[in-house]
Design a protein around this ligand. Structure first.
Ligand code: ADQ
Length: 461
């Protein structure tokens, strides 16, 4: 069996971290790398005066970690600049937050060349190369230019935008040409794939054959849908154990019999957090019987705080949460508990199981694993209800959720009321369809189907 080489911006922790925060994805990829042998290659997380001349490697059984440091300029232009201030907002339909500069674009390509150059000496001729996410779209092109003949696959964790949005990216054609240097492109949803095919057919005169093969820029490749998932049974087990943990007990005691709505996100403008709080405010306004009887626990640790927009969203959220609390709070009840810190997976799983409603309302999201984790963590006898944005990739699969439009804050408020008052029988039915689906489509099935597809592509150059 070929060796697997995984490339992602950050590599998973070398050892099982004390924080216990590795998600199913890291574990699923580590499992295969450890079993079959392989390399995990990415940024070390360090900024040094000059970027590394060679990758630093570290062996752990059959697995080799290989990392590269970035210079400050590379970090500013590639990571903060083009990846997080152009591709991330634009692919999440936030043209208003997209801050394109040619300097950052050049930095993005430069870092991709640096990474490809550092990776090359580590490659073997029959390796299977799997590149992850928007940081490394041009990686295959860089590797091919250096003579790399191995099969190279790409998986996009974030949405692929519709054609009109993508056209706002000044180098859209270069980005798509870069993608077409892969042998297999994996998207999260059918609508991402549709957007990509539409661009190929209508913008650059490429072709999509009836079997799905894409012909563009003189190559043929495969593009398909591989919805990412979680280790469903494992999350369920962790949640069952965590339900009696001291932290879950403390949370339960603090609620004093009130219902709990939970939101867990990275603090990111794509997650729809302000609209979410406004929807909750609508619930409290229109259904006064909920006042004093429900609590919203919103967990949102800051991310990418060096990007201005992330600082802005943090301030807006603090203001909105403060306003709602000061409007509705009583001396013995606060409607919102807003926490700016992260928790271990185990703790979160216990919190999910305790919650009556999982509140997941991104304005755009590639998949959203929190929605899946919430479902997996429920008690089958008394499951909570998932309120889920139609703009999360997960909504394509989780049809037992109450699917909402996050821009319709009144509508979302009504759905919260429906969730809080839903009879047990209906909750069980809805949960069962979602849980069964997630058992059949877990992260191991995802990894297997992607790698099987990559192994079976025919290389044509
Ligand atoms: P993210 O935008 O980071 O990921 P998401 O899928 O929701 O979003 O979460 C990834 C992991 O982080 C989950 O395991 C979740 O439990 C954990 N997490 C999120 N918020 C947390 C918090 N406040 N505290 C602790 N842990 C937290 C990107 C894309 C998503 C896509 C994933 C995987 O944006 O759309 O689902 O990659 O492909």
């Amino acid at each position: 069996m070929s060796r697997l080489v995984v490339i992602s911006n950050r590599v998973a922790p070398v050892r099982k971290s004390e924080s216990g925060s590795e998600g199913g994805l890291a574990v699923a990829i580590l499992d295969v790398l450890k079993d079959q042998g392989g390399v995990w290659f990415g940024w070390s997380g360090k900024i040094t005066e000059h970027e590394s001349q060679a990758a630093q490697t570290f062996d752990h059984g059959k697995l080799t970690y290989a990392t590269v440091d970035l210079s400050q300029q590379d970090y500013d232009e590639y990571y903060t600049g083009f990846a997080n201030s152009v591709l991330w907002p634009l692919f999440h339909y936030r043209l208003d937050l997209t801050d394109f500069s040619r300097r950052d674009m050049v930095g993005y390509y430069r870092v991709n060349v640096i990474f490809a150059t550092r990776l090359l000496p580590l490659l073997q001729s029959d390796d299977l190369i799997w590149v992850h996410d928007f940081h490394f779209i041009p990686m295959a092109e860089c590797l091919r230019q250096a003579g790399c003949k191995q099969r190279i696959g790409f998986f996009l964790h974030i949405p692929w935008p519709s054609i009109q949005v993508l056209l706002a990216l000044p180098n859209h054609e270069g980005i798509v040409r870069g993608l077409c240097a892969y042998d297999l492109i994996g998207f999260q949803t059918e609508s991402d794939l549709r957007g990509f095919r539409e661009y190929i057919e209508h913008e650059i005169g490429g072709e999509v054959l009836p079997d799905g093969t894409v012909k563009a820029f003189g190559r043929s490749l495969r593009a398909d849908v591989f919805p990412i998932s979680i280790d469903t049974k494992d999350v369920g087990r962790i949640a069952e154990d965590a339900v009696n943990s001291p932290q879950t007990e403390r949370l339960r005691d603090s609620l004093g019999g009130r219902k709990l709505i939970i939101g867990v996100d990275r603090l990111d403008y794509s997650k729809g957090l302000v609209q979410r709080l406004e929807a909750y405010e609508h619930l409290l306004k229109v259904y006064p019987e909920q006042r004093g009887n429900v609590v919203l626990l919103q967990i949102a640790p800051p991310s990418r705080s060096h990007v201005n927009e992330y600082r802005d969203i943090r301030h807006t959220l603090e203001r909105t949460a403060g306003h709602i609390n000061s409007t509705f709070a009583e001396f013995d009840w606060n409607p919102i508990r807003y926490l700016n810190k992260g928790f271990r997976r185990q703790t979160l799983a216990g919190f999910f199981r305790l919650s009556d409603v999982g509140f997941v309302t991104p304005l755009r999201d590639g998949m959203n694993l929190v929605a899946k984790e919430y479902v997996a963590a429920q008690n089958p006898e008394n499951p909570g209800v998932l309120v889920l944005s139609r703009f999360a990739g997960a909504a394509q699969e989780l049809d037992g959720a109450l699917i909402v439009n996050p821009y319709d804050t009144e509508g979302v408020g009504e759905s919260l009321q429906l969730a809080l008052t839903m009879p047990l029988e209906e909750r069980r039915e809805r949960w069962r369809t979602m849980y069964d689906h997630l058992c059949d489509h877990d992260v191991v099935a995802w990894r297997r189907s992607y790698l099987d597809a990559l192994r079976s592509v025919t290389r044509n150059d």
